[in-house]
Design a protein around this ligand. Structure first.
Ligand code: ATP
Ligand code: MG
Length: 395
């Protein structure tokens, strides 16, 4: 029965003087995840390690499940923590550890001792050899393989002694909060929630914006986006979601511009509004769920025209992915079922039968001139009526 977890994190890029920022962010994110678990836990740093100690009864699978949502966690090691009561006692405890955790003893192993406390009477080599021998005596089915063992038994001698042998893979990435903030354009589809997840994996905190067009898009379509934001906030941390009423802008475009250019012009205005929100909230970039060639508005030519209105960088984490790969991630992170609910979104309401796939920037700009009389005012009104929803993951 374990009461502690040792958290392994990828150390690439976190050496040097920024390391503590990385570790503090990781501790904060682990705490955020542990709040969702039944029980009391203490998350702490000790000699370059992060530990999660359970201070009450807890559900092992639940805790591991939540730790797997924390970016920056490379591995989760259930660890047995022992008081140092001499080598003889350690030998007994290690035998008990193997007996409890490996009912089937037909495996190869290797003891990997580490001695952070140099006053321990045995050195690393001696601990490896002694414990190895003791285990072979206790369980004759075992055998040693120092090159490619099935089980690596780690025995770390610190103030206390830590014994672990299982590494449950975490999601990897960087802890959220170490990579700045971005503004996610979040629609009700499959792609943009996955894009939010992917960018967060690099440590980026996100705000989000959703454009809706009541009464053409329903309250349920909006609720679906709030639900999606809540689902990804399990990984990204809490999200400030801006809900922008896009109806009048959309009707204005519909009235004044060629219908085969609606989507692209609409997309350009969405990007401009998103950028204004981003600048007001210290976001350093925009994030979309675009992927080259997926639909007419995502050809390279169309993306180039959309991108032209932006001065902030636009991050498109899905740019080279196939739909199937995106679907697989959305299933894994738990957004798929919600994404496929059939509520209309504002991009599909006014969409042309044959949208341009190779828009010309000059032509689009010329047609946008038709909007001039009212567009600034409409954009301002949309920003003024921004509805902010603070979204936080709850089970
Ligand atoms: P998704 O599955 O994310 O809806 P999609 O394949 O439907 O993407 P498009 O509708 O072309 O693609 O949208 C491309 C991107 O533009 C989306 O991934 C999203 O980032 C953004 N976007 C589209 N519609 C909206 C909207 N109503 N509100 C906010 N962002 C949007
Ligand atoms: Mg969509």
């Amino acid at each position: 029965m374990f009461h502690s977890f040792l958290i392994k994190y990828a150390e690439i890029g976190v050496k040097g003087k920024n390391r503590y920022l990385f570790e503090d962010a990781l501790v904060r994110q682990i705490n955020y995840a542990m709040k969702r678990c039944e029980g009391t836990f203490v998350v702490h740093k000790a000699s370059g390690r992060i530990y999660v100690d359970a201070k009450s009864e807890f559900d092992f699978d639940e805790v591991v499940g939540e730790l797997k949502t924390v970016f920056g966690v490379w591995g989760i090691c259930p660890v047995t923590v022992l008081e140092d009561k001499g080598f003889e006692q350690l030998s007994k405890d290690v035998i008990a550890y193997i007996d409890e955790n490996y009912p089937d003893k037909n495996f190869t192993f290797k003891v990997q001792a580490r001695r952070a406390r140099k006053n321990y009477p045995l050195d690393t080599m001696e601990i490896n050899a002694e414990l190895g021998g003791i285990l072979l005596d206790a369980f004759p089915e075992l055998s040693v393989d120092v090159h490619d063992p099935d089980v690596q038994l780690h025995v770390e001698i610190r103030e206390k002694i830590y014994v672990y042998s299982m590494i449950i893979p975490g999601p990897g990435g960087m802890p959220v909060g170490t990579g700045g903030k971005g503004m996610l354009l979040l629609s009700g589809g499959i792609d943009s929630p996955v894009a939010g997840y992917m960018i967060s994996k690099r440590g980026v905190t996100i705000d989000a914006v959703y454009f809706h067009a009541p009464p053409y898009t329903s309250e349920r379509a909006k609720q679906k986006v709030v639900d999606l934001a809540r689902l990804i906030s399990r990984y990204t941390g809490s999200i400030r979601l801006h809900v922008i009423n896009f109806t009048d802008i959309q009707l204005h475009i519909y009235e004044k511009c060629p219908h085969d250019e609606l989507t692209i012009i609409m997309r350009r205005i969405m990007m401009q509004i998103a950028e204004r929100l981003a600048n007001d909230s210290e976001c350093l970039g925009l994030i979309t769920g675009e992927s080259i060639g997926q639909v007419a508005s995502q050809t390279m030519a169309a993306i180039a025209v959309t991108n032209e209105v932006c001065t902030l960088p636009v991050y498109r984490p899905l740019i080279g992915m196939d739909k199937q790969e995106i679907v697989e991630i959305s299933e894994k992170i738990g957004t798929y079922e919600t994404s496929i609910l059939p509520y209309e979104d504002c991009c599909t309401i006014f969409v042309a039968k044959h949208p341009v796939t190779k828009p010309s920037l000059a032509v689009i700009k010329r047609h946008e001139q038709n909007l001039n009389d009212r567009i600034e005012e409409l954009v301002q009104t949309a920003l003024d009526t921004d509805e902010i929803v603070e979204v936080k993951y709850e089970k």
